[in-house]
Every structure is written in structure tokens, then in C-alpha cells.
Design a protein around this ligand. Structure first.
Ligand code: FES
Length: 589
């Protein structure tokens, strides 16, 4: 996890691209090995193409440059980590990654370095003679090197791509290829190895081959061994130095500690400079972090109590992700925020959220989903605005958007459009329709409360109390990132959206706080009896839509919260969790 700021934001992308070059090298290497299934001769012929691709000034610069940069940046990221507690997949990837350079020292010196220093031909026949006849340990080491490097790369690619909308569909094919290629390559090597074993039955074969390939002898061998040992121990030494540097830094920074208190958990005291996610991990507090703290998924987001302007500003990376989810100023990414004072935070996403839910959130290409859509509008604000200076209008509107935006985010929704004095919010991007409808109803009540509080706070400034009307409808929509250039954001289109907007308009006509379609009540598992209703005719439809008129949204929310608290769990909308269960019994509100 980096929490990279400013100039450090390039670290992960550069490391990724270097990793991709190395992965490409492995793919071509394995492809060459598969030719062994045809014959040793074909494998040697494939090697000529392999060397043409990689053993030239451009190929070698790219390959060795990528190797060095990938490794150094990996050490840098290990140094930057404040805690070594991490999810298992991340630990496996790091351990495999740090084992590769020392193992590679043997292969590199035996092939490319020997070739450069003594003109040794690193034919497959010579290499396989070693692995299958004279140096079994060498064969085992090479197998370990390929396996660890391949697994390290596959994990990296999986966690890089898994937020892409096409990835779940492509995953079975990619998994098959990622498993099949090394297996077929290993079969190719073992088939070619058998040929070499057969050739080695001839007593003079090994001697002739070593002479023909100019294999290093005597002092040459000793010199290569020295280089190899220096590389082997040097890579381990650099890793040890990195860990020692971490320990020293931690010791020094422990002098200035800060407290990170969770509203629903303990206070963690950590040295200055730790991210909130690092603090959670070090204390064993479950915290969603689907992308592993890389600032890509937004699942680690937290609400920070108090004045958000006192926090360190968000980096461009963090700002981009927060904008994407329409987060208000007091919502930040736990993996990126490094508080410089004591803070009180609330986790906004259930720790068990899956990458699948995150994909839904970042549905760039458009997906059909069943969600709840909420529209809210400030009553009589045009009249208020007419008597105000433009600066005052902007000030009041921004306070209003902050109040309603935070209410939506805390309930688990996404306030994605602010137009004039209106707000549109989506619920169900990351959860099922039932919990989404409950979240929307809870958000509506919180929005009404906060707007009232805001109105009281502004008092005489306004001349009249602030009131909003809210409409909520649920149904199918197309969700996707829309817009142009920099102003792209996640939104929804479809009849459901238009209908929700019309329901908001009905609140004026019926003088109530909330107008909700019967579908929302049904999906939320609520009993609608006792609420006055009305029939809404829909454009291009014969059937009418039954809507419910809610005079007191907070009373409805109280009942949802009270009933949900009887069976608390991840689906409790009052917990601010975005994961909820559909299996709850109907609520009688
Ligand atoms: S863990 Fe993914 S953005 Fe923070």
C-alpha cells in the first residue's frame, strides 16, 4: 500500500509496466519450451527466434531495465509499508517476488553472463544436460524460479485487471491459459530432457557438447561462481537492508504518535505517517480494501468526523477515486489518508465486500441493473435565491449539497448529480435491490434532518426554514460512466430515473416529505398499509403506478432501523454498511 502522494504516484504504474514486460518475456520463454513436445531440434530452432526478440540492444535494455526497476520499486514499496500485516494473497505475491532475484542469479550467470564473458553458447541441449543428467538441483532451482515468477505475475495481473467490467467474462479463459502454458512448457522441457538423456548415453557426448558450446572451465567457472554468489547474496542483503531501514524508520517515527479512533471499534495509536488502513490492519480491525490499498477501488472509504479542511489534502489519485463515487469532503480513502492529528473515523463499506460489487461500481461500459433512484429538491429556494447575492447563493447551496451528499454516502448510496438545487442519488450499485431500497429510505430521512439542521444554523440568513421534497423509485436502469473528457461520472438512465424525478415533483402537490413507489416498499420488505396512496399515470403506458405519500420520513426510518436492529447483521441499513441480506422477513412499518 502506498498512499503515494505527489511525485510518488508514478511508482505503481511504472512497476506495473515493467512487470508486464517481464511477464511477456516469460510467455515467450514458455512458448519456446512448449516446442520441446515436437523435438529438441525444434526447441533449439525456436530459441533462435527467442534470442532475436530479446538478445538485441532494444530487447535487452527493455528486459534488464524492467527487471531492475521492478525489483527496486518492489523494495521501495516494502519499505513504504508501515505494517507487514496484509491479506494472504498480497503476502504470497510479495514473498514469491522477493525470491525471484536470488534464484535468477544462477540462471542469468549460467547463460547470459557466461555468453557475454566467454562466448558460451547457452543451447537448450547444454542446459538440459545439466538439469537432467549432471545437476538435478539446478533443474529443481530453475523449476522453482519459473513457478514463483509466473505465480507472482499472475497474481499481479489478476489484481490489476479484476475491476475491469470485461474481466469476469474473460477470467475462465485467462485462468486456463495461465495454467495451461506453464504445464505444457514443463511437458515440452521434460520431453526434450528425455532426448538429452538418450544422447548422453553416448560416453563422448557430454564432453563434445561442452567443448562445442565453449562451456566455461577452471578459472572461468570460478569467476562466474563469484559473480553468481555476489548477485545471490547481494539480492538478499538488499532485502535485509530494506527491512532494517523500515525498522529504524518505525523506531524514529514512534516518537510522534497519533490516535485513530473508530466509531464502531477501538482507538489505534500509530506513528505519524501511517495511513488509516495501515492502522486498521496493524490492530487487526477488519477494513474493506479490495484493491489491496492501491487507491483503485474506493472500498476502504471512511467518513472522518470534524472539519475536513484540517486533514492533509487528497492526492490527485485519491481525488480521482473520490470524485468517481461522488464522495462529500468528509469522506476519504483509508488507504491514502495519512492523518497528522487524532481523528475519529467511520468505515463506510462492509469489510466483506467483493471485487464483483466493486466492478458494478466502476461499470464504465454500462450495465443493466436493478437499483433505487432518489431525487431531492429544495422547496422554494428560487424565492430565497432571488433576494441573495450570488456569493451567498453558492455558499448556501454548497452547505446544502454537503448535508445531503453526506447523508446519501453514509447510507451507502452515491449522490451523483447536483443540478441547481436538486440532487440525484443511486442506491444498489454495490448491493441488491432490497437493501438498496432500505438504504434510500434511510438516506431520505437523514437528508431531511440535515437540511432542517442546516436551515436552523443559517437562521435569519434565509428568512424561512429550509425544506426538501424527495421521490424514490426502484427498477431497472442502465448504469455506466457517462460524460465527456474530465467530466465523466457514474450515472443511470432509464424510465426508473424519469419516474423517480416525477415522484419528487409530487411531494409539492401532496404536501409531504417523501413520495415512494410501491415497488420500493415491496423490495424493502415493508408493509405499505397505513400510508395514503395515489395513482401516477406513466408516459406510453396504460397501467398506472401506485405511489405512497409519506408525511414523516423519519418515523418510517425509525421503524426500519428498529426492526432491522432486531436482527442485526451486515444488512442493517443503519450501520452504514452497503452489504445487506435479501433474506430478511418483511418489515411492518
Ligand atoms: S483499498 Fe482500494 S482504494 Fe483504498
Amino acid at each position: 500500500m502506498s498512499g503515494d502522494r505527489g511525485g510518488k504516484a508514478w511508482v505503481r504504474p511504472v512497476r506495473l509496466w515493467c512487470g508486464l514486460i517481464l511477464f511477456g518475456y516469460l510467455i515467450t520463454h514458455f512458448s519456446n519450451h512448449t516446442l520441446g513436445l515436437i523435438s529438441l531440434k525444434t526447441m533449439e530452432a525456436g530459441r533462435i527466434w527467442f534470442l532475436a526478440l530479446w538478445r538485441n540492444p532494444i530487447g535487452e535494455t527493455a528486459l534488464f531495465g524492467a527487471l531492475l526497476v521492478h525489483w527496486w520499486l518492489g523494495l521501495w514499496l516494502i519499505y513504504r509499508r508501515r505494517t507487514l500485516r496484509m491479506p494472504a494473497w498480497e503476502a504470497v505475491q510479495i514473498v514469491f517476488g522477493v525470491c525471484v532475484p536470488p534464484l535468477l542469479a544462477y540462471h542469468l550467470v549460467g547463460t547470459r553472463v557466461a555468453n557475454a564473458m566467454y562466448g558460451t553458447l547457452d543451447l537448450y541441449t547444454r542446459t538440459l544436460l545439466g538439469y537432467f543428467v549432471t545437476d538435478y538441483w539446478g533443474g529443481a532451482r530453475q523449476t522453482a524460479l519459473f513457478s514463483l515468477a509466473w505465480a507472482h505475475g499472475c497474481i499481479g495481473i489478476h489484481f490489476w485487471l479484476r475491476f475491469r467490467s470485461w474481466y469476469p467474462r474473460a477470467f475462465p479463459l485467462l485462468l486456463t491459459l495461465f495454467v495451461l502454458l506453464p504445464v505444457v512448457a514443463a511437458l515440452g522441457v521434460s520431453q526434450a530432457g528425455r532426448e538429452v538423456i538418450a544422447l548422453a548415453q553416448d560416453p563422448g557426448f557430454a564432453k563434445r557438447l561442452l567443448a562445442e558450446t565453449r562451456a566455461p572451465q577452471g578459472a572461468q567457472r570460478a569467476e562466474l561462481q563469484q559473480i553468481r554468489d555476489a548477485l545471490f547474496w547481494g539480492t538478499w542483503a538488499l532485502l535485509a537492508l530494506t527491512l532494517a531501514a523500515r525498522a529504524v524508520r518505525d523506531r524514529l517515527t514512534r516518537r510522534s504518535m497519533i490516535g485513530i479512533r473508530h466509531t464502531d471499534g477501538p482507538e489505534v495509536r500509530v506513528p505519524l505517517g501511517w495511513t488509516v488502513l495501515e492502522a486498521s490492519r496493524s490492530a487487526g480491525i477488519p477494513h474493506a480494501s479490495v484493491c489491496g490499498g492501491r487507491g483503485r477501488c474506493s472500498t476502504c472509504r471512511i467518513r472522518v468526523a470534524g472539519d475536513p479542511t484540517l486533514l492533509p489534502p487528497a492526492s490527485p489519485l485519491e481525488r480521482r477515486v473520490l470524485n468517481r463515487v461522488g464522495a462529500p469532503p468528509n469522506v476519504r480513502l483509508a488507504c491514502q489518508l495519512r492523518p497528522d492529528r487524532d481523528v475519529l473515523v467511520t468505515r463506510l463499506v462492509a469489510p466483506s465486500i467483493s471485487a464483483h460489487a466493486v466492478q458494478a461500481l466502476s461499470a464504465r461500459s454500462g450495465q443493466e441493473r436493478e437499483i433505487a433512484v432518489l431525487f431531492a429538491d429544495l422547496r422554494g429556494f428560487t424565492r430565497i435565491a432571488e433576494k441573495k447575492l450570488p456569493y451567498d447563493v453558492v455558499f448556501i447551496l454548497n452547505r446544502y449539497f454537503e448535508a445531503v451528499g453526506s447523508a446519501v454516502a453514509e447510507a451507502g448510496g452515491l449522490a451523483n448529480q447536483y443540478t441547481g438545487d436538486g440532487v440525484m442519488a443511486l442506491f444498489g450499485i454495490e448491493t441488491e435491490p432490497g437493501p438498496a431500497c432500505r438504504q434510500a429510505l434511510m438516506a431520505a430521512a437523514a437528508m431531511i434532518t440535515r437540511v432542517e439542521e442546516l436551515g436552523r444554523g443559517l437562521g435569519q440568513e434565509l428568512g424561512s426554514p429550509l425544506r426538501i421534497g424527495i421521490g424514490i423509485h426502484a427498477g431497472p436502469v442502465v448504469v455506466g460512466e457517462m460524460g465527456y473528457g474530465e467530466t465523466r461520472y457514474l450515472t443511470a438512465v432509464g424510465d426508473t430515473v424519469n419516474t423517480a424525478s416525477r415522484l419528487e415533483g409530487l411531494t409539492k402537490e401532496h404536501d409531504c416529505e417523501l413520495v415512494v413507489s410501491e415497488q420500493v416498499f415491496a423490495r424493502a420488505g415493508l408493509d405499505s398499509s397505513g400510508y395514503p396512496g395515489a395513482e401516477l399515470s406513466l408516459r406510453n403506458r396504460e397501467a398506472t403506478l401506485r405511489v405512497l405519500l409519506v408525511k414523516d420520513a423519519r418515523r418510517l426510518a425509525e421503524r426500519i432501523a428498529a426492526l432491522s436492529s432486531r436482527s442485526p447483521g451486515p444488512g442493517d441499513p443503519s450501520s452504514g454498511s452497503i452489504q445487506a441480506t435479501e433474506a430478511s422477513p418483511p418489515l411492518r412499518a
